[in-house]
Design a protein around this ligand. Structure first.
Ligand SMILES: NC(=O)c1ccc[n+]([C@@H]2O[C@H](COP(=O)([O-])OP(=O)(O)OC[C@H]3O[C@@H](n4cnc5c(N)ncnc54)[C@H](OP(=O)(O)O)[C@@H]3O)[C@@H](O)[C@H]2O)c1
Length: 259
């Protein structure tokens, strides 16, 4: 089966392409540096020829409110139009657990817009909502700076390894469209400020992390359950401790605009 992975050179995309190929699928990585640009439409018609499934794990290079909204709206429109023309049977997109509860954030308004376009299109789809990646913990610190300190609320979250995200998305990509949302998450819950503090300590990053009930998450006010998945979430296996020790120091970080 030909499966085109939009953003196939990124953190999740590159893992996903490898996993799909290991399963014998014809996975094609599509990104600007492979000649496919979803913002301009360049290369889209060519890469989608003969594709049964498209998995969109791209991300905007800028998280500025207007730029990120333009990225997800324009890319998703271009993608869905080209998919309809190519006869694609399943559109899979990676989004974030709690997206609909985070509309105070410019980034999440863009993800909401992306999801709306997918739901309104004629292509059968599955939207995968993943929790925060362990690889994103440093990026989370970078976007949560107040002065020279990291300010984060002491709320629960259930983060997961990028490898488990890619496995979860790979499974969904070869299955039937659910025309709805599937949640995937990590095996353990933590407090947001605690885990970012542990990650920075492991990186020997000297920044202090303050538990601040007024601190925003990506620009949005959040409460105890905002970032938590529902009870039907499919859980990855990798614990934080295993991830930290297995990959000691060699883990790529999820990109954040401040990184
Ligand atoms: N960070 C988290 O904790 C988290 C949690 C849940 C869900 N997610 C979602 O996961 C998704 C993937 O995140 P990630 O960290 O794997 O992203 P990433 O590493 O930043 O990769 C982004 C990918 O998008 C590609 N891309 C950028 N502009 C493009 C364009 N105009 N046309 C086609 N491709 C383009 C990039 O290609 P180049 O490298 O060539 O620029 C790259 O392959 C995002 O949609 C995000 O919302 C993230």
């Amino acid at each position: 089966m030909k499966i085109v992975v939009i953003g196939g050179t990124g953190l999740i995309g590159s893992k996903l392409v490898n996993k799909l190929r290991e399963q014998g699928q014809e996975a094609v990585a599509a990104a600007p540096n492979t000649g496919v640009n979803t913002l301009t439409g360049n290369g889209l018609a060519e890469v989608l020829k003969g594709a049964s499934v498209v998995v969109d794990v791209s991300n905007s290079p800028s998280w500025d409110d207007a730029a990120v909204l333009n990225f997800f709206e324009t890319s998703t429109r271009n993608l869905l139009t080209s998919e309809a023309a190519a006869g694609v049977k399943h559109h899979v997109a990676l989004s974030v657990v709690g997206t609909d509860r985070l509309s105070e954030s410019g980034y999440f308004r863009a993800k909401i817009a992306q999801e709306r376009l997918i739901k309104e299109s004629s292509i059968p789809y599955t939207i995968v909502h993943a929790t925060q990646f362990f690889e994103f913990l440093k990026g989370l610190a970078d976007i949560s700076m107040v002065g020279d300190k990291v300010h984060l609320p002491h709320v629960l979250f259930q983060p997961m390894a990028a490898d488990d995200v890619a496995s979860g998305v790979a499974r969904i990509a070869v299955g039937p469209p659910v025309n709805g949302i599937v949640e995937i998450a990590g095996p353990e819950q933590f407090r947001l400020d605690d885990l970012v503090r542990r990650r920075l300590a492991a990186l020997k990053d000297p920044r202090e992390v303050i538990a601040d009930p007024k601190a925003l998450y990506s620009g949005a006010k959040i409460s105890e359950g905002t970032l938590l998945p529902g009870k039907n979430a499919r859980l990855g296996e990798t614990t934080f401790e295993t991830w930290l020790t297995q990959s000691a120091g060699t883990i790529p970080s999820a990109k954040s605009p401040a990184a």
